[in-house]
Design a protein around this ligand. Sequence first.
Ligand code: GLN
Length: 509
Amino acid sequence: MCRNRRICAQVIILALPQPALVALFYPIRACWLKAINALCLKRSDVALTLFLALSLRAERLDWYFRMSAGHDFERALTRARARQRNRKRSLFGFSVSVKELLLLKDRFAEASSMMLSGFVSAHESEALTRLKRAGASALCRANADEFGIGSDGSACARGYIVNAWARTACSLVQEVVTAGGSSGGCATAVALRVSTVALATDTGGSVRQPASYVGVIGLKPSYGRCSRWGVLAYASGLDQVGVLARNASDCARVCAAVFGKDLKDWTSVDLPVPKFEFYVSNSRFGLTRRSISAIVLKQQTPCFKRAWTYCLSTLARIGFELTDANVPFADMVVPCYSVLTSVECCSNFARYNGIRFGLRLREVSAFLLYKKLRTVAFSAEVKRKLFTCAYVLSTRLGYEQYYLKAQRIRFVIKNCLITRLCDRNVLASLSVPASRLSVNNKLQPNVLTDVYTVLASLTGLPSVSVPTCFSEVGLPFGIQLIASAYKELELIVASAMIARVNGVPSVCR
Ligand code: GLN
C-alpha cells in the first residue's frame, strides 16, 4: 500500500467519533479477526484499513479494561509479512496476546513489576518462537499480576484489569469487578477479540481462573508438555505455559504447535504430540468412542448451587457417567501449595537483587542495596511470599514441619489422584469458588480463590476451564476438568463437546 493511501486510511479512522468506532468494531466475530489478519498479510488495502481500525479499537478498549502492556500492530504486521511463506502454515492469520512473563526478543520484559522496569529481553521464549514458526504473529503484551503472583488481577503495575463482562452484568452493583489473575489481561484480550488466542503461564490457576471469569477456554497442560524456556520463573516445579482461546479448535491448533520436547528445557518430555485439531473436528474420534466418565470432587461447598448443578447436568447430557470422588487431604492443598510456592519463589527471586537483575540503585553496601530495592520494588503480594519462605526455612524444625510435610502431602495426593483417574476420563470440579472478584469489596482472601485450581498444579496433571453457564450475577462461569498425565486430548475434546451443547458465551454481541 502506498504511503499516501495508508495515511488516508488513518485519517478516515481517526476522524470517526470514538463511540462510532467502538460500536462499529465491538461486535467483531472471531472469524472476521482471522480473515482480516490473513488478508492483511496478503497486502490488501481494505484489510489494512480494517487492521488499523482494529488496532485503534484495541487501544480504546485498553483505556477501560487495562488488558495490555502495549500493542505492536505495525511491527507484528511487518514481521509477519516478511515471512510470507507463513501463508501455508497452520496458524496463518492468528494473532497472539502474550503474558508479560513470557520473553519477547528486544522488547520490554517487566513482569508487571517495578523491579524489572526498563528491562529489555535478549531472548525469545521457546513457546512463542514455535507459535511464530507456525505462522502466528505476537500482537499484544498482556497485563498480569506482578511476576504472576496473585489471583485477582489487581497486583499489576498498570492497575487492575476490569472484567469485560462487568459493564453489563454488575453495573447495578456499583463495584469494580476484575478479570481474575494472574493472566487476566490475556483472558480479556481473547474475550474482547483483540487477539485470536493468548499464551500465558499457570502456576496455581492463573490461566484457568481468569478463563472462568471472562468466559473463555483456559488450558494448563501437564507439567513438562510445553517448554518453559524463556519464561520468567515464579515456582519452577509448578509453572506451565498455558493457552487461552475462544473455542476448542483454536486451542487445539495452538497446543499442537507449542507442545513437544525442547532440548533447552530438560523438564520438557519427549512424547508424541497428537493431532488435536483432527480429533476436535471429527467428533467420532473423540471421547465418544468409549464409555466416558467423570469423577466429581466431593469436598467442595459450592456457594452457587444452581450453576454447579447445571454444570453437572451438562456433563451428563454429553454422555459422561458421573461418580463421586473423595480426594484425601483435599483441604490441605492450599497450605501445601503456599509453602511450596513460597520456597521456590524465594529461590527464583534471589536473582532480583539489583546486581544481577533488577533496578540498580546507588548504595554504599550490598546489604543496603538489597534492603532498599526489595522494600520499594516488590509489591505486598511478593513480599508475603518471601516472608513465608523465610519463616518456613529459617529453622530445621520449620523445614521438617512445613516444607517436608508439604512435599509428602503432595506425593500422597498425586498418587491418589493418578489411581483414581486411571479408569476414568476426567475429574470435574468448580474452577473458582466465587462468581466474581471485586476490587472494592473483596469477597475472598487471595489464596482461597485458588482452592480448586491448585490440585492440578500440585499433581502436574493437565486441566482446563470451560465456560459452561452464567452465575447468578450474570457473569460467565466455568467448570474445571482434570485428566490423567499427558491426556490433554481428552480435555480439548470434552471442551469442544461442552461448547457444542452450551454454545460459547460472547461478550462482543
Ligand atoms: N494465585 C496463585 C498464586 O499467587 C496462582 C498464581 C499463578 O498461577 N501464577 O500463587
